[in-house]
Design a protein around this ligand. Structure first.
Ligand code: ASP
Ligand code: MG
Length: 409
């Protein structure tokens, strides 16, 4: 008998009919001889509605009260799903995060899970019940309700799977798996049968929002086999696994992108030790996250040009800071551009294939796409380009690395 944790997101439980459909799927899994724990999100839109209500009263609501409020969406869906299961003859019981001792730290709205006591859930499973657990929420040492950050139900599911040593954690969502790239940009994008945790983390941090990043990290750390699949269609979905030595890797598994890039440059900075710190120190003091960084020495070697990227939302603030820095350092000029995007190719296969970078640059140049910045890691190469090249860039790379052909998987 296998123990499976299934997680259904907000869209999957967005109406009474959908909750009933989820109940049928859960019952089917149980009837196949599995023990099943289900984690659910709030009905789609509900968490946003609750946040909007709070904002009508106080734009900066007390974090503790915010968590009391926004955790309620999930309490609705656990009860409704349990009722729907009972209705079709499947014994079930619902639990809030606190009731199954999902113990977290006290960081309201972004709490981290520290411990889960699986005893109560185990007892229910052994008694033949399906256990339905509220996603997104826990309690701290004081017994105060906490939430895990937007999209946090994924993390609840993975943490439950880890605590119960489940055989698989299945994340049901409105897409049928992880794709080689966003099908809205490249209709030839393909569902991947498997992807490694490392690749998935890169894809997620680059903006493929299939799974919450923390959930992937958690699953990787605790060896929880994770599968992403559709709640509306039958299918195998995508299995997120560890890299296998024997697995013949495609060079590249996917193309990720991020639309919200802004580039800032400070020109003609007198070059001496400590310059990078003097430029980026004030940026990080303002809590602005810097992504790519490039420094080049000018021909006369006495000055340097320094370029970095930030999120578009932080662009104006960062530019103001940089202009002040330019003045105090006696640099020539500070300027920027907030119409940039980042496109990345991701794949563990890069480790064993040479020449991937030049293949990427060749493909982009053949379409006349100018690269502004480049950064590389062991399993990823990213370029920053003008936003008008996003679609073209993604499609060009998708084709260049044969991601639309079956052979690539
Ligand atoms: N209901 C929460 C949210 O909307 C948690 C989740 O959906 O995973 O962020
Ligand atoms: Mg969600």
């Amino acid at each position: 008998m296998a123990l499976i944790v299934q997680k259904y997101g907000g869209t999957s439980v967005g109406s009474v009919e959908r909750i009933q459909a989820v109940a049928e799927k859960v019952k089917a899994a149980k009837d196949r001889g599995n023990q099943v724990v289900v984690v659910v999100s709030a009905m789609s839109g509900q968490t946003n509605r609750l946040i909007a209500l709070a904002h009508e009263i106080n734009a900066e609501g007390d974090p503790r009260e915010m968590d009391v409020l926004i955790s309620t969406g999930e309490q609705v869906t656990i009860a409704l799903l349990s009722m729907a299961l009972q209705r079709i003859g499947c014994p079930a019981r619902s639990y809030t995060g606190g009731q199954v001792h999902i113990l977290t730290d006290s960081a309201h709205s972004k709490a981290r899970i520290q411990d889960i006591d699986g005893a109560r859930v185990q007892a229910d499973l052994e008694a033949g019940r399906v256990v339905v657990v509220a996603g997104f929420q826990g309690v701290d040492q004081q017994g105060d309700i906490t939430t895990l950050g937007r999209g946090g139900s994924d993390t609840t599911a993975v943490a439950m799977a880890a605590a119960l040593k489940a055989d698989e954690c299945q994340i049901y969502t409105d897409v049928d798996g992880v794709y080689t790239t966003d099908p809205r940009i490249e209709p030839k994008a393909r569902r991947l049968e498997r992807i490694t945790f490392e690749e998935m983390l890169e894809m997620a941090s680059l903006g493929s929002k299939v799974l919450q990043i923390r959930a992937v990290e958690f699953a990787g750390k605790y060896n929880v086999p994770l599968r992403v699949l559709s709640s509306f269609e039958e299918g195998e979905g995508t299995l997120i696994t560890f890299e296998e030595e024997s697995m013949e890797q495609a060079k590249i598994s996917g193309i990720a992108f991020n639309r919200d890039e802004a580039k800032l440059t400070i020109l003609g900075v007198p070059d001496h030790p400590g310059v990078a710190y003097q430029i980026l120190g004030p940026i990080s003091d303002a809590n602005i996250e810097v992504d790519m960084i490039v420094q080049n020495i000018a021909a006369d070697t006495s000055t340097t040009d320094f370029t970095f990227t930030v999120h578009r939302n932080d662009y104006k603030k960062a530019l103001g800071i940089l202009q002040a820095t330019a003045e105090s350092l006696g640099a020539r000029e500070a300027l920027g551009d907030d119409t940039m995007v980042k496109i990345s190719i991701v794949g563990v296969g890069m480790r064993s294939h040479a020449g991937i970078a030049s293949q990427m640059f060749e493909a982009l140049s053949s379409e006349g796409i100018n690269i502004n910045m480049i950064s590389t890691s062991e399993i990823k190469i990213s370029v920053v380009v003008d936003e008008k090249y996003l679609e073209l860039g993604v499609r060009t790379l998708h084709e260049a690395f044969s991601l639309d052909s079956e052979a690539a998987n």
